[in-house]
Design a protein around this ligand. Structure first.
Ligand code: SDX
Length: 426
């Protein structure tokens, strides 16, 4: 609501009054929608100071390291909830009753299979294709199969698409892995829970169906929860922008997957392991920390820093605790974890990182747990995309459930003014 005004005074012009809007918690926003009447735009590359929408789904306080999903702290959801309950909460706004949860789980289970013909899409990729390349293509292709639910103005169609996407992402993710291994793809099983089913489809074969470790399934489910949603990050903003044109949900999620792939965003978890491999040993840490501080060196410490968190990423804390639990349970003494912990200690005591409030983010420890679970590095961002699908779809649904306009930013033009082609042209 607007209970304050801001005044914009530009020399030689009458002051412009702009409403100041306040939310439930968090920073106020200056409503600049009327600014176009003055013939001016705001200018904010990278959207460092821009709120692109109003939302009720997730709240982040970067200074205090707070992350709330529909008001519930991520630490509590990770400890006391499970991924499908968190999906219900993000999609519907409230925790489900026992009956609602049972119905939701049953609906998801009944959408986990993909159309048999979807398998042929995989054959067009080389076996060594990056799984994210396959994921982008196959998820976008889902719109070719579901003509019964593409009317985005129909709430039932939006609901069916949301269920299909949350249900099918683990199946498609596991299919990308099996394709890269040259192994037969595994069908989902309705007698397993969401995380168990994913690990079953990833690591079992028709020759041998091994029971799924409850420790690994619980850790997988927690990783899904920690990656479920994160306000208006780059990939979620991409999904909203694609959705604002009326594109179908499968195309919008494929756009989100593409945006997530970048190493500055969801690709960081894979990049952390690659970086730790490159650093190799504790002796080399100082050299790499110096590289990260060197303005002339493009190297950055992957898994460090965040646009919003200028304190510890609360997900990183839970991830580190889970990492310790999983490695202890499995009796794994992972030298990369030792290296990561030493790197974190050195970086966090270095003035360069302290002055810039650079802390480990969600990606810093997730790769070490995923590796312990047996997930190959190339699949790390695929798992991030799998888990974040519910967040992307929740924002897509929220936007389409109310009045919205197509997203169409303007620019500061610094190119040529009009000029004519030379007369001697025919
Ligand atoms: C995710 O937005 C989200 O919510 C994303 C996410 C989600 O759940 O959706 O949380 C998931 O994407 C986590 C972030 C994963 N990315 C990485 O770990 C890659 C490494 N981090 C950096 O690329 C960077 O920190 C970003 C991209 C995450 C944030 O970049 P910003 O907000 O644009 O900050 P910046 O680049 O302007 O950095 C400010 C300063 C700069 O130095 P100065 O110009 O002030 O001298 O900090 C420096 C940067 O050079 N800096 C780093 C650094 N991160 C920032 N220096 C060395 N190593 C780093 N990792």
């Amino acid at each position: 609501m607007a209970d304050k005004k801001a005044q914009l005074i530009i020399e030689g012009n009458a002051p412009v009054e702009l409403p100041v809007l306040t939310g439930t918690v968090g920073p106020e926003v200056i409503d600049v929608r009327s600014l176009t009447a003055t013939g001016r735009f705001t200018f904010d590359p990278g959207f460092m100071s821009t709120a692109s929408c109003e939302s009720k789904i997730t709240y982040i306080d970067g200074d205090k390291g707070i992350l709330l999903h529909r008001g519930y702290p991520i630490e509590q959801l990770a400890e006391k909830s499970d991924y499908l309950e968190t999906c219900y909460l993000l999609l519907n706004g409230e925790l489900p009753s026992k009956e609602e949860k049972a119905q939701f789980v049953s609906t998801i289970k009944n959408h986990t299979m993909v159309h048999e013909q979807l398998k042929t899409f995989f054959n067009g990729f080389r076996r060594d294709a990056h799984p994210m390349a396959i994921m982008c293509g196959v998820v976008g292709a889902l719109s070719a199969f579901y003509h019964d639910s593409l009317d985005i103005k129909n709430p039932q169609h939006r609901e069916v698409s949301a269920m299909r996407l949350v249900a099918k992402m683990p199946t498609i993710a596991a299919m990308t892995y099996k394709y890269s291994m040259g192994q037969p793809m595994m069908y989902p099983r309705n007698d397993l829970n969401y995380a168990e089913n994913f690990l079953h489809m990833m690591f079992n074969t028709p020759c041998e169906i091994k029971p799924i470790s409850p420790v690994l399934a619980k850790a997988m489910d927690k990783i899904f929860i920690l990656h479920a949603d994160h306000e208006q990050n780059a990939s979620t903003s991409t999904v909203r922008l694609a959705g604002s044109s009326g594109a179908n949900p499968f195309a919008c999620i494929a756009a989100g997957i593409a945006a997530l792939w970048g190493p500055a965003h969801g690709g960081a978890n894979e990049a952390v392991l690659t970086m730790l491999d490159e650093i190799g040993s504790v002796e080399n840490i100082d050299k790499y920390v110096a590289k990260a501080k060197d303005k002339d060196d493009p190297f950055k410490l992957m898994g460090f820093g965040h646009r919003v968190y200028k304190n510890f990423d609360p997900r990183a804390k839970v991830m580190k605790q889970t990492c310790d639990e999983v490695l202890a349970e499995l009796g794994i003494n992972d030298p990369q974890l030792e290296l990561a912990m030493k790197l974190e200690e050195i970086a966090r005591n270095d003035p360069y990182f302290k002055e810039r409030n650079l802390y480990p983010n969600v990606d810093f420890y997730s790769g070490i747990i995923l590796k312990a679970i047996g997930i190959p590095t190339s699949m790390f961002t695929v798992i991030f995309a799998l888990a974040r699908t519910v967040g992307w779809i929740s924002h897509w649904k929220e936007m389409l459930s109310g009045p919205y306009k197509i997203g169409r930013p303007r620019q500061l033009y610094t190119g040529y003014e009009q000029r004519d082609l030379p007369d001697d042209r025919g």
